[in-house]
Structures are given as structure tokens and as C-alpha cells.
Design a protein around this ligand. Structure first.
Ligand SMILES: [Zn+2]
Length: 451
């Protein structure tokens, strides 16, 4: 048995029974959190000194396309309908070779780990089974906990999007699941559905039925950008043909334009929502769904989404998403001719949306999301002895408002240290770097994207 002890840290457990503890220890055995307390025995344990550090559960990014990492920095001035669909889905994605899936996924996963995200839902467009296999290899080699999401192939936008009547490639999906994913403790599978916005009703229902048959999560891009007018001919149709199929195994990415009534219904059915606030603000998706989900009594989760555009750092998303919602809520009060005397969403709320709520959305809350004995040790240590973070008067606020990835000293996934003293431990960061850069250059070259 391997034992590790995170010693003498300020533990923000996010577990209501444990709460926040100062100068506390977290004991880990074979990757499992077994105790949170004071002065725990260090016998036969590797000691990780957490004095002057805040220990939080690893972030959960509930929506990101990791394979776009080597084309990062191209979409920062793009809108969804103006450039993104044409250039990304209609061009670049089709040029990916299996090795590009590997390199993008690998360095996307490295960015996740470096910035404190220990679990991500990786929404993938695998052109062939081999593309999917290499994307999974990347997640495994990086050591990220992940929900690999098999979406429609990226090689033919006309075939797989718009009014597509072609179901997801079932044979490939089953083979990937039986092969690489089955016995991997850190990986699970989801299906990336087009949903009624992007395929025929029969196809949308068929894909969801396939996910149910496999017993895996369905995640769907819905209710963003010009929707519903361009998609539904001007008539609002809410969840359309899948309305009677909603459940806790359905995750909606974006969902900007759903009515409050439909969000109420979906939350009641256990549907989770992934808001990707920075990308949505930029690209014309519409107002993030955050407020409607909260109004319905649910809690949204955060995602980065398009890392060809914005940084993969989840800290930015939890801050932007929260501040934007505060702005809308404050404005509503002001328009009622009253003073704003309290904020609507707290720093702790947004930290929970970035951790345990993401875990719930991915069906992983029994395993991760809080620092609780019995859960896996996915932990992040923030340094408070830095001139930019000291003095720490409120650990939650220091994490949410003052910290950036440079203050993340140590990251553990499943009890394994993946970042130590501010550096990733994986030798592939250096070994694969040149191939990663070359992959991005080739893709943009062949796509003829002139920036
Ligand atoms: Zn997306």
C-alpha cells in the first residue's frame, strides 16, 4: 500500500460535514482519501508539506474540446456563425490525423492539470476509430481523469451536422469502449450528441437511445447562437423531440436560449448544464444559462469549451461566470429602483460549481468533487505565501479571486502527483513539445487559415 499525507494545510473540503479546516492533514492510501484531521500519523507515508497552502478538490471542466489545443490562439476574434463553424468544423477538424488527436489531447490535458483541473469532459470529433483511440491514449498518457466523449466525426460537416440523418458510428463507439476504456479507472465514456438542433428528430432520438443502451452520459450542444429562429424556422420548440427523454444522464452545453419553463422542467428531470461563459460572451451564443438554472433550483457547471480560443484555465471561467451573473442580478435590482445590498452568487458557490457540481454532472460525485474520506484523491494546493496572494484572510476568496495557475504548487490525480513545486512531472511535456507545435503548424497551413 502507498500512503501519502498532505500535511498542515488549510483544507477547503467542500464537504458540509467536514467544512474548512486550518492546519489540517489529508491522508491518502492507494489513491483514496482515508482521513481528514489534525496531527495524523505519518508512518510509512510520503509527506507533502502544505503549510502556507490551501488544499481544494481538483476542478472539473464539464465541457472542453481538448484536441483543439495545437490550434490555440486562432479563434480569439471569431464568432460562432461568422467563422467558427466554417473554419473549425468545416475545415480544420477534417484535416486531423490520429496523431494530431493525440498531440492536441496530450497538451490540452497538460494545460488542464497545470491549471488545477483534474477531471475534464473531452468533447471529441474523431474522424475514424483510430482518431478516437489516439485521443484516449493522450488522456491516459497525461494522467488526467476524463470522460472521453465520442461525438460525430469531424471530416464531413454536411454529413454529420445540419439536418443529418446519420447516427453516431455505433461500431466504433462499442469497440473503443470494449477496448481502451473498459479497464481504465480514470476514464469513462460519454456520447457527444448533435441533438435536435443539428440533426433530424429520428437521429437525435436514436443517438440518445444508443447512449442509454451503453449506459453512458449524453452531452448535447443546444440552444446557442441563432437558435431557435434559424433552426426551427422561427418557432421556439424547447427540447423538441427529446423532451420526453430527459434525465440525469443528459448534459446540455450552453442552453442559452431555453425558456425558464423548459429549464425548470429539465432541472426537475435531473438534466445538468455546462456554461462556458467566456466563449459564450465572445462568440454570440447568448446570455449564459446560469441565472435560469439557479432560478430553477439547480446549479450550473463551468467549462472552457473552445481552447482554440480561450485559455484552458478553469479559474478564469468560475470567476467570469460568477461575476457576469452578479452583474445581471445587480442590474435587475437597480432597474427596480432599489439599491444592491447583497451579491447573488458567492465565491464558494462558484468554487462548488467548478468542482462538486461538475462531478455530479458527469456522474462522478461518488468518486470526486469534495475532500471526503472514501473519495479519490484529486487535490490542488494553492500557495498563499506569494506576494500576489498573501495575506490569506479567506481561503475561498484567495482561490477564486487572487490566484492564477502560477500559484498552483501541487496537483494530485487519484493520489499521484502530476504537478510538484509548480512544474508538471510528466516527461512528455518536453519530449512531445516539438511534435505538438509542428502538428498545429501543419493543420493551419493545410487549412489555409490566414490570421
Ligand atoms: Zn462545445
Amino acid at each position: 500500500m502507498t500512503r501519502k499525507i498532505i500535511q498542515n494545510g488549510t483544507v477547503v473540503s467542500l464537504d458540509p460535514d467536514i467544512g474548512d479546516r486550518e492546519e489540517a492533514d489529508v491522508l491518502i492510501e492507494d489513491g483514496e482519501i482515508v482521513d481528514v484531521g489534525h496531527g495524523l500519523s505519518t508512518e510509512n507515508a510520503e509527506v507533502i508539506d502544505a503549510s502556507g497552502k490551501i488544499v481544494v478538490p481538483g476542478f472539473v471542466d464539464s465541457h472542453i474540446h481538448l484536441a483543439q489545443t495545437q490550434v490555440r490562439g486562432i479563434a480569439g476574434d471569431w464568432s460562432l456563425m461568422g467563422e467558427y463553424f466554417d473554419h473549425m468544423l468545416g475545415n480544420i477538424t477534417g484535416l486531423y490525423r490520429p496523431e494530431d488527436m493525440y498531440l492536441g489531447g496530450l497538451f490540452g490535458a497538460f494545460e488542464k492539470l497545470y491549471t488545477g483541473t483534474t477531471t475534464a469532459l473531452d468533447w471529441s470529433y474523431p474522424n475514424t476509430l483510430e482518431h478516437g483511440e489516439r485521443a484516449v491514449d493522450a488522456l491516459q498518457d497525461a494522467g488526467l481523469r476524463a470522460v472521453y466523449t465520442y461525438g460525430p466525426p469531424g471530416d464531413d460537416a454536411a454529413k454529420w451536422w445540419y439536418e443529418s440523418d446519420v447516427g453516431l458510428p455505433e461500431e466504433n463507439i462499442r469497440e473503443l469502449r470494449q477496448g481502451k476504456i473498459r479497464d481504465d479507472d480514470l476514464l469513462s465514456l460519454a456520447l457527444g450528441l448533435r441533438g435536435p438542433d443539428f440533426c433530424t428528430d429520428e437521429t437525435a432520438r436514436g443517438d440518445l437511445e444508443l447512449a442509454r443502451d451503453l449506459g453512458v452520459l449524453s452531452t448535447i450542444h443546444m440552444g446557442a447562437a441563432l437558435w431557435p429562429s434559424s433552426v426551427y424556422g422561427g418557432d421556439y420548440q424547447g427540447f423538441g423531440c427529446i423532451e420526453d427523454m430527459l434525465g440525469p444522464d443528459v448534459n446540455v452545453a450552453h442552453g442559452n436560449h431555453f425558456s425558464q419553463e423548459d429549464i425548470d422542467h429539465a432541472v426537475e428531470q435531473g438534466v445538468s448544464f455546462s456554461s462556458t461563459p467566456e466563449v459564450e460572451m465572445q462568440m454570440g451564443h447568448g446570455i449564459p444559462v446560469t441565472g435560469k438554472v439557479l432560478e430553477a433550483g439547480g446549479r450550473p457547471t463551468w467549462g472552457v469549451d473552445v481552447c482554440s480560443n480561450v485559455s484552458g484555465d478553469m479559474g478564469s471561467q468560475m470567476r467570469i461566470g460568477m461575476q457576469l451573473q452578479r452583474m445581471f442580478d445587480n442590474q435587475a435590482v437597480l432597474e427596480g429602483d432599489e439599491e444592491v445590498t447583497a451579491v447573488s452568487v458567492t465565491a464558494r458557490d462558484t468554487l462548488e460549481m467548478a468542482t462538486i457540481e461538475g462531478a455530479k454532472a458527469l456522474g462522478l460525485d461518488d468518486e470526486i468533487g469534495t475532500i471526503t474520506p472514501g473519495k479519490r484523491a484529486d487535490l490542488v494546493l494553492f500557495d498563499t505565501n506569494d506576494f500576489m496572494t498573501a495575506p490569506c484572510h479567506s481561503p475561498v476568496q484567495t482561490v477564486v479571486f487572487q490566484s492564477d495557475p502560477s500559484h498552483i504548487d501541487t496537483v494530485l490525480v487519484d493520489g499521484e502527483v502530476v504537478k510538484r513545486d509548480g512544474e508538471l512531472t510528466n516527461p512528455k511535456v518536453d519530449e512531445e513539445f516539438d511534435r505538438f507545435v509542428a502538428s498545429g503548424e501543419r493543420l493551419l497551413d493545410e487549412a489555409g487559415i490566414d490570421l
